[in-house]
Every structure is written in structure tokens, then in C-alpha cells.
Ligand binder design. Sequence first.
Ligand SMILES: Nc1ncnc2c1ncn2[C@@H]1O[C@H](COP(=O)(O)OP(=O)(O)OP(=O)(O)O)[C@@H](O)[C@H]1O
Length: 229
Amino acid sequence: MATPVVRVHDVEVGYGATPVCPPVAFTVDAGRAVALVGANGSGKSTVLKTVLGLLTPLAGRVEVLGRPVDEREPEFRREVAGVLDDDAYFPALTVAEHLYLTARGHGVLDARDRVAELLTEFGLAEHAQALPVALSSGQRRRLLLAAGFARPRSLLVLDEPEQRLDRGMRARLAERLRAETAAGGAVLLATHDAELVREVCDAAVHIDDRAVEHVTADEAAARIARVVL
Ligand SMILES: Nc1ncnc2c1ncn2[C@@H]1O[C@H](COP(=O)(O)OP(=O)(O)OP(=O)(O)O)[C@@H](O)[C@H]1O
């Protein structure tokens, strides 16, 4: 059997010594998308940061592509693209320069073409020469997401990618993510968007302070829609 892209073994996550949720266990295979769902503060972002190697697990083990996570390893950084909920920009680089730098930094040879495609797809073409400060919050979010797609990757980790996106952009993002898994990529995302879960994900993990439950994507979407979360 193929090695999962992500394997989370009974992992406790948190800040300091206290876990923020019960132990979490799940896998994400190549060509699959898994959603983390749960109420605000349930621990989704903390799990994602742990998978990205930005936090050390308090217990258990996280493996990406069969190896323990170490974000300092070039191989890990080559394979894993993360888009978190932090506005991390170079203030003096334009939109196009951000995307170009990301693509070239990861060895993309036809970076100019890739950037042109992404600018169009993410509705940023008119703002290609703008600095981040001159963008709306939704446009800055589009830029961050586009940067995630500007580089090669086996695993895409997204924290609430739907945030601040309008309906049209959410639909294009769902399409993009379906193409990602169809091409063999793995996607792990935290979300409060029922449609995104239903349209993109193969499975979901529902986190709350009492239990971590594996549910189908439809069940996760139904829970979000019923405002159970
Ligand atoms: N840097 C931090 N230091 C200490 N505690 C934190 C830190 N970041 C988050 N927490 C706490 O960890 C818990 C889980 O937060 P987390 O951000 O993982 O939740 P979430 O499920 O992603 O929530 P949301 O849906 O609101 O994004 C919360 O109680 C939060 O207050």
C-alpha cells in the first residue's frame, strides 16, 4: 500500500504543555482532500501548524511522505505548501513580484507564465503592480492563496481558505482544489464552509473538546450547515 502523504498518529497539539483538544489521528492519501471541522477554538489551526512543523506535538507523531516532520528540511519545504491565516507579505513587493519570487524560489522555470495564469485565475490581473497595502483584505487573501499554487507541491495545507472570498472566488477555489486532487495532490484544510467540504473533500475530522470524530464529507457539511459547530 502506498505511504500516506500525511499520517497523524494519536497526536496531542497545543501551546506550552496543555493540549487544546483530544488526541487526533488521521491520514491523507495522495489524490485526496481531508477537512478539519469544528467550532471556533476547537484546535483546527493548531493541528495544521503541527502538521506544517511550526509547532511540536505534545505527544504522538506526525509524518509527511513517510518521514517525521521537520520544516527545516529542504525536501519537506519542497513538497509542502501551507497557506495559514496570517497576512505574511513583503510590504515592498508587488502582487506579481510576490508570485514570481515564490515560483522562482521553488525552482519553477516558466515562472512568468505561471504568474500570468495565477493572476488571471485569482482575479488579480488588474492589481499585478499593486503593493499589498493597496489591496482589499479579500484581494490580499487571493494573493496568499495564489502564492500557494505558484510553486510545486505534493501537499497543500490551507487554513480556512474561504475566508474573505466572494462567492465567485470560492467556486473557483473549489474547482482548483478538485483539480489538485485529480492530479494526485493531497489537500488538508480547516474550514467552516459546508460547500467547500461537500464539493472538494473525501473525508473529514470533526474536532471538539470532548472527542475527535471521523465523519464523511457530507456529514461534516451537514453539521456545518445545521450550525452544530
Ligand atoms: N499562540 C497561541 N498561544 C496559546 N494559545 C493559543 C494560541 N493560538 C491559539 N490558542 C488557543 O488554542 C485553542 C485552539 O485554537 P485554534 O486556533 O487551533 O482553533 P481553531 O479550531 O482553528 O479555531 P477557528 O475556527 O476560530 O479558527 C484556542 O483555545 C486558542 O485560544
